[in-house]
Design a protein around this ligand. Structure first.
Ligand SMILES: Nc1ncnc2c1ncn2[C@@H]1O[C@H](COP(=O)(O)OP(=O)(O)O)[C@@H](O)[C@H]1O
Ligand SMILES: [Mg+2]
Length: 503
């Protein structure tokens, strides 16, 4: 793969089709080059061999012609050469005839006698060799035989020479013939490869078109009867569609629940107003009820707005380092009037802890939990916040002495609008808390707080498994409402771990 990346500039977005075409073209080019080189070598060898044999045949033919002429060896007429030349139609040929001692008898006087050991390979009767005459490179074939003359048979040597240039141009022709045939073959094979790739990629195209044709509301699954390579992709797509469908169903349910939550109090409000208007109910009796309903509707609207803002920030929040201990302190300050009004014994014990999140989101998480703790605390009761680090995690516990919750509804309290029977709550706070915690890879749970074997209140525990930047020094923030908040805070912090066996 590394090598592939080195040869071909493969990037994430390189089209598969182009990548395959380039890769296959390179492989085919390599094959064509080696194939062409071997073919060229063999063809050139064959061409040289054929031309050598042809030269030798011409020399032998010339000797036969001399014999037929019944010529005098001392004077060989040039007409014989002309005749022979006419027969082979190769005007560049040169002839020379010499006797055993190498004396010139006829033909081209410039041709030299063959050197020792210049016999051409594979030619028994003839010697074939390269020679240079007056700067021209020649290929020479020499044939020896006896020429029966009037008086006696005498050995003669016939040489036929051809310019080497003729072979160079023949090699050139061979070269271009091979280049042409290889190029043609390459083009045909690449065209076929293109067609095959197009056919191979067609299931991908049909999947693309199928998805393109869908209406945006259509979240039904995509058919998985496809080539095995596409099945994982289609399955992943189907998982995404199913998750989308689930989220849409949840949203619809939420909208229906929210509408119900608003409609009921408005209907009651209408009846109350009507009753007061027509003098059936005294205003002094109906007004506090109306106020109560309006407060509740305001609370619901505020929670809905908070939920919408949470939703928006979860997607596009201002994510940065946020000190949880500072946020907890600010929330405590915000709730100070309420705490004072209920004369609550509040304590804050926090190590410095930095988290990556949006400050508003983290504030909303703490605010919701503290608000619940205050709301469920009895007048003069104790409650507090503990931020601490354990071995592999950090946690925040918002504890109270409000009496706790029934065990069987604990987990369902995190679902929107899910409040225990008889509770006056709206039921959105904890679901907002869970959303925020999940965005920080944290968990949030409610536990019944047990002291001396009895349920005394609730521990709302947010736990970060790996705090991004654990603080080193411990800071303590003490009671806002109570003067002696120190002691209960330390004792409670210890009790938090014991009660649920979490340290
Ligand atoms: N600290 C607590 N003590 C007792 N009950 C609690 C506590 N926190 C939450 N609950 C229960 O969980 C329910 C859901 O809480 P939440 O989602 O914050 O909605 P709300 O506060 O509007 O009721 C509350 O109605 C209450 O019954
Ligand atoms: Mg609440």
């Amino acid at each position: 793969m590394q090598l592939g990346r080195w040869i071909l500039p493969i990037r994430r977005k390189t089209p598969i089709r182009r990548f395959m075409m380039v890769a296959i073209a390179l492989v085919l080019l390599l094959l064509s080059l080696t194939d062409g080189a071997f073919e060229y070598r063999a063809s050139v060898r064959q061409m040289i061999d054929m031309r050598d044999r042809a030269l030798a045949r011409i020399a032998a033919g010339y000797l036969r012609a001399l014999r037929a002429q019944d010529a005098d060896t001392s004077k060989i007429p040039s007409s014989v050469f002309q005749e022979e030349l006419g027969q082979v139609e190769t005007p560049d040929l040169r002839f020379r005839v010499s006797n055993e001692r190498g004396d010139y008898l006829g033909g081209d006087a410039h041709l030299k006698a063959p050197r020792e050991g210049s016999r051409g390979a594979g030619l028994v009767q003839a010697e074939v060799y390269d020679d240079t005459v007056d700067g021209d490179v020649l290929r020479v074939a020499a044939v020896r035989d006896y020429l029966l003359l009037r008086t006696q048979a005498e050995p003669v040597l016939v040489q036929v020479a051809e310019p080497a240039q003729a072979r160079v141009s023949a090699e050139y022709n061979i070269f271009w013939r091979i280049v042409r045939s290889q190029a043609l073959r390459l083009c045909i094979v690449l065209a076929l490869v293109w067609v095959v790739i197009e056919i191979g990629l067609s299931p991908l195209r049909s999947l693309q078109e199928e998805i393109k044709r869908r209406r945006p509301q259509d979240l039904t699954t995509v058919d998985t009867h496809r080539p095995s390579e596409l099945v994982p992709l289609v399955k992943a797509l189907n998982d995404l569609l199913a998750a989308q469908q689930a989220s849409l169903d949840q949203q619809r349910k939420f909208l229906t629940d929210a509408s119900h939550q608003l409609r009921t109090p408005i209907a009651v409000l209408r009846t109350l107003v009507q009753g007061t208007l027509f003098g059936q109910t005294p205003a002094a009796e109906s007004m506090p009820k109306m106020l109560n309903i309006i407060d509740r509707a305001t609370g619901l609207t505020n929670q809905l707005l908070s939920m919408a803002k949470t939703d928006q920030l979860l997607r596009r929040g201002d994510w940065r380092d946020v000190r949880l201990d500072h946020i907890a302190r600010d929330v405590a300050v915000d709730f100070a009037p309420l705490i004072a009004r209920k004369r609550l014994d509040f304590s804050l014990q926090a190590t410095s802890l930095t988290l990556q999140t949006d400050p508003w989101l983290l504030g909303e998480l703490v605010k919701n939990l503290v608000s619940n703790a205050i709301h469920h605390s009895k007048k003069g009761g104790a409650l507090g916040i503990v931020v601490r680090e354990l071995k592999h995690e950090a946690e925040m516990v918002v504890w109270d002495h409000g009496g706790g919750v029934s065990e069987d509804v604990l987990e369902r309290l995190f679902e929107p609008f899910n409040v225990p029977k008889g509770s006056s709550g709206i039921g959105l706070g904890l679901s907002i808390c869970r959303q925020i915690a999940e965005s920080m890879n944290a968990s949030v749970d409610l536990f019944n707080r047990i002291e001396a074997g009895e349920v005394v209140g609730v521990d709302a525990v947010v736990r970060w498994v790996r705090p991004q930047q654990p603080g080193l020094d411990t800071e303590f923030f003490h009671g806002l409402a109570a003067a002696n908040a120190d002691e209960p805070a330390a004792a409670s912090a210890a009790a938090v771990g014991e009660a649920h066996g979490r340290s």
